[in-house]
Design a protein around this ligand. Structure first.
Ligand code: NAD
Length: 294
């Protein structure tokens, strides 16, 4: 029989991911802060719980997908959290993007709970579309045996699923992912403003660019956002700001220089300071437009 799943955090990513598990035949009990998201889970065939304790009570696997470190600490380590209420032998998989240190702290707290809990950090890349289509890249940190046991669960959510190393390693790889994505978006945004100011047909330009070495998943997925100035998230600037902080700190701690990443981190911070934190990260285009006098 399939493991019973508890899902905490049914936002832009969590909702479609939990629904993919339901489609794959899993029994999913969810908890999140918004009632409409709980209703959506129930309509999809899941069970809505009234608390974390209720959600995790009978679960073999508990998955968390919340915004950032403070929410992961509250949800997993808190008095009424996952570790306090999970059953003997449960596996806790945190798929949020957070600092490697917090993932390590979660693994240590779980080990000390005396319930034979297993922990994996398993952040994802691929965005809302990747979540909906179940083609996410899943970067995992933890022990091989725990990874092997829950691999079928990951396979219902993603396409590229790799154990990267011990606890926290998934988060380190995700930090690198966010660096690459931010710099790529920034380069595309600069190209779009340059092309438009030059009077070249943007559709033609982006189509031919996508077919050459300039092509990227970012260009494919964000092309329409750039063209239409449609900055509905997607992935919010606020969250990418968090991730640029994570990668900047992590890189400094190991002595890696991120000169271009540091500049893009400042542009993300500036967008946020101008009230654009709720927009999709493709709104880096706005920062370039402002710098270009538009
Ligand atoms: P979101 O804000 O849409 O969803 C977060 C959910 O967490 C909300 O439904 C909220 O109710 C829930 N939550 C927060 N605190 C909670 C608590 N104490 N108890 C229960 N539920 C709680 O965020 P998202 O875009 O789905 O992102 C979630 C994580 O995934 C973040 O770490 C983000 O960086 C990462 N991520 C997002 C994307 C993307 O494209 N949106 C892509 C890859 C990774």
């Amino acid at each position: 029989t399939l493991p019973r799943i508890a899902w905490i955090g049914l936002g832009i990513m969590g909702s479609p991911m939990a629904e993919n598990l339901i489609k794959a035949g899993y029994q999913v009990t969810g908890f999140t802060l918004e009632q409409d998201k709980l209703d959506r889970l129930a309509a999809a065939g899941g069970k809505a719980a009234g608390s974390i304790a209720e959600a995790v009570a009978d679960a073999d696997v508990v998955i968390t997908m919340v915004p950032a470190d403070p929410q992961v600490k509250a949800v997993i380590l808190g008095e009424d959290g996952v570790i306090a209420h999970a059953g003997q032998g449960a596996t806790i998989i945190d798929m949020s993007s957070i600092t490697p240190q917090t993932s390590i702290a979660v693994a240590e707290a779980a080990a000390q709970a005396g319930k034979d809990l297993k922990v994996l950090d398993a952040p994802v890349s691929g965005g809302e579309a990747g979540a909906i289509e179940a083609v996410l890249s899943i970067m995992v940190g933890g022990e091989q045996a725990d990874f092997d046991r829950v691999k079928p669960v990951f396979e219902a959510l993603g396409k590229t699923i790799i154990l990267c190393g011990p606890h926290g390693s998934g988060q380190t790889v995700k930090a690198a992912n966010q660096l690459i994505v931010a710099v790529n978006i920034q380069a595309c945004a600069e190209a779009v403003v340059f092309l438009e100011k030059s009077g070249v047909d943007l559709d033609a330009a982006l189509d031919v660019l996508a077919g050459g070495l300039a092509g990227s998943t970012v260009l494919d997925r964000k092309k329409e956002n750039f063209k239409k100035r449609d900055f509905k998230p997607g992935f919010r600037i606020d969250l990418h700001h968090k991730d640029m902080g994570i990668v900047t700190d992590a890189a400094r701690s190991v002595g890696a220089a991120l000169p271009v990443g540091a500049v893009v981190a400042q542009l993300v911070a500036s967008l946020r300071a101008q009230g654009d934190g709720g927009l999709d990260h493709s709104a880096l285009l706005r920062a370039v437009e402002r710098l270009s006098g538009d």
